[in-house]
Design a protein around this ligand. Structure first.
Ligand code: PLP
Length: 406
């Protein structure tokens, strides 16, 4: 059977091959510092687990919910977003759709607005799935690059230049996976001014990591500078990162009612709403109980970020370092590191996959190649290991990267 050209055009997950190798190395007794994780290595808060337990014995927890999610949950998510972002969605003009993870929310929103050949602006480094999802819906990703030197914050002028009559939407992900930074408030202010000039343009604001920022100032959003822009905005969020519940598969989006109706229609013909059990637990749960849930995680991230800084400095590579502030990643840019010269003879423009394989074999540290995030010759490093193994892994990694083999 010939597979569809649509599915053939989609790239496979970069982590598959790598995970095979990690498993092989581990089972042969080799210690691997696995820094590929896209999730926190602990259970959700006990209070949320109790909320789930309380819902276990109700018939409704096992039956369909309305297609866009339970109304009480949708209203609660809108109210929480208003409270956290200090904005007000005009009554009756906005809605929320709960989906099977924020990944599905983004996929649905793109499906609701993209026609064949439409462009969607994505900013590097980007979350791996954006360009692939755009492709699946027949759209074209228009990429605006950032630089390590600018803390991976893309220049606003370049963004404005990328917008043309075919541009339907732009995706902004702050805090950012994989860079581990959030865009400065000044950037958000300038971004709001650009969006104001294009009233037909939709902004998909992926705010999945908004609660995980460990250095001040906290993340802000462009629409806070000009709340009228909410009418051009879809806010995407979920419980994967901020509740430490990647496996429960619940995410949501909030936006103008007509787009939410389209999102809901797509969902009604594909997956229907996510599991009722988790939705009911979320209705029952007091979100304020999570206020201090991240305190120890943030402390650990601050310590790990400090370790990264020290290792880069101690090995004479301060020029390749940048300050991470949020989410739990760091994007290592290989291109100016001494060891990169060892790969200079290779023809391919991107060597990140080869380098990541070599790093794994020679140091036992597993990273995710950065090309899939739109940043060639780099790798994403998760900072979720405990401090002691994290420090060991960093020492091995930086010692490897700081030396050109003779
Ligand atoms: N957006 C970003 C930036 C992510 O990093 C992820 C997952 O890693 C997602 C969306 C999708 O998350 P989920 O579908 O688990 O809510």
């Amino acid at each position: 059977m010939q597979l569809s050209s649509r599915v053939l055009s989609v790239s496979e997950s970069v982590t598959l091959k790598l995970n095979e190798k990690i498993t092989k190395m581990s089972s042969s007794g080799r210690h691997v510092y696995n820094m590929t994780a896209g999730q926190l290595p602990f259970k959700p808060s006990p209070e949320f687990i109790h909320s789930l337990e309380r819902q276990l014995n109700f018939l409704k927890s096992y039956q369909y919910s309305p297609n866009a999610g339970f109304e009480q949950l949708r209203e609660k998510l809108i109210a929480k977003t208003e409270q956290k972002r200090n904005v007000k969605f005009p009554q009756g003009e906005f809605d929320c759709v709960v989906s099977n993870g924020s990944k599905q929310s983004i996929f649905n929103v793109l499906g609701a607005v993209i026609d064949e050949g439409d462009e969607v602006v994505v900013l590097t480094p980007y979350w791996v799935s954006y360009p692939e999802m755009i492709k699946i819906w027949g759209g074209v990703a228009s990429v605006v690059n950032s630089r390590t030197f600018d803390n991976y914050t893309p220049p606003l002028e370049e963004i404005e230049k990328a917008i043309n009559s075919k541009t339907k939407a732009i995706i902004v992900n702050s805090p950012n996976n994989p860079a581990g930074i959030h865009y400065p408030d000044e950037w958000m202010k300038g971004f709001a001014k650009i969006i104001k000039k294009f009233p037909e343009l939709l902004v998909i604001s992926d705010e999945l990591y908004s609660e995980i920022s460990y250095f001040d100032p906290s993340p802000t959003y462009f629409y806070q500078h000009d709340p009228e822009l909410l009418s051009q905005t879809i806010i995407v969020d979920g419980i994967s990162k901020t509740f430490a519940c990647t496996g429960l598969r619940v995410g949501h989006c909030i936006g103008p009612r007509n787009i939410m109706e389209a999102v809901s229609k797509l969902q009604s013909q594909t997956s229907s709403a996510p599991n009722s059990l988790t939705q009911r637990a979320l209705i029952d749960f007091d979100f304020d109980l999570l206020q201090h849930f991240f305190d120890p995680v943030k402390q650990q991230l601050r310590t790990c970020a400090q370790i990264v800084r020290e290792k880069f400095r101690d090995h004479g590579m301060a020029y390749s370092w940048y300050q991470t502030t949020s989410a739990f990643y760091c994007l290592l840019d290989f291109s100016r590191m001494p060891f990169f010269e060892n790969y200079a003879i290779e023809d391919s423009e991107d060597k990140s996959e080869h380098i990541v394989q070599d790093i794994l074999e020679q140091t036992g540290v597993a990273l995710v190649p950065g090309a899939a995030f739109g940043h060639p010759n780099s790798a994403r490093m998760s900072m979720t290991l405990e401090v002691a193994p994290f420090e060991e892994a960093m020492e091995r990694l930086v010692a490897f990267m700081a030396v050109k083999s003779s």
